[in-house]
Design a protein around this ligand. Structure first.
Ligand SMILES: *[C@@H]1O[C@H](CO)[C@@H](O)[C@H](O)[C@H]1NC(C)=O
Length: 168
């Protein structure tokens, strides 16, 4: 038992990601989910949510689209208390949790831990959260797609190229 704990602890302490991610993060993915589909998969959504996209997160990724993950190296890297308190109002509107049992702040903390910490060598926590708010306010994905005649439909489907054309 002790040995297993020790091995696990060594695994945690040895964090090659924090070194390599600085070379491998080339782009951001601004990840949004279609609420109705999301809520079919995960139970416990708030009732009567508008059919729209919800923001999942802002993910640093490599050129090939792989996320770089969990880059924090200290408790201080991972603590988002102060930054999210200062931005709580705009963040709650840009990036709300749609799951009843998960508070907004828990969503931001999880996303920060997993993705945001990998941006720390290029921006502060405050910059990261401000970027999320700015991008969200800039991009109304539902309108962009419906302007390109891509709308939810039970028997019409769209290709990846249709989406690419609408977004570029
Ligand atoms: C969909 O969400 C975007 C981003 O929050 C918002 O700007 C837009 O007004 C929403 N549209 C509808 C129809 O709810």
């Amino acid at each position: 038992m002790k040995l297993i704990n020790l091995v696990f602890l060594l695994g945690l302490l040895w964090t090659p990601d924090s070194v390599t991610c600085q070379r491998t993060y080339n782009l951001f993915q601004f990840v949004q989910a279609w609420i109705l589909t999301f809520c079919e998969k995960y139970s416990g959504c708030f009732p009567n949510l508008a059919p729209n996209f919800t923001l999942h997160g802002l993910w640093p990724a490599t050129r090939t689209g792989n996320s770089v993950l969990n880059c924090g190296t200290s408790r201080r890297d991972y603590n988002i208390g102060h930054e999210t308190m200062a931005l709580a109002v705009p963040l709650a509107s840009a990036w709300p949790s749609i799951i009843i049992s998960r508070k907004d702040k828990q969503l931001w903390q999880c996303e920060w831990d997993k993705h945001g910490t990998c941006c720390l060598f290029r921006m502060t926590k405050m910059d990261y959260f401000l970027s999320v708010i700015r991008e969200r306010n800039k991009m109304d994905l539902l309108s962009i797609l419906s302007n390109a005649n891509i709308v939810p439909h039970s028997d019409v489907s769209y290709t990846k190229l249709d989406f690419e054309n609408a977004l570029t």
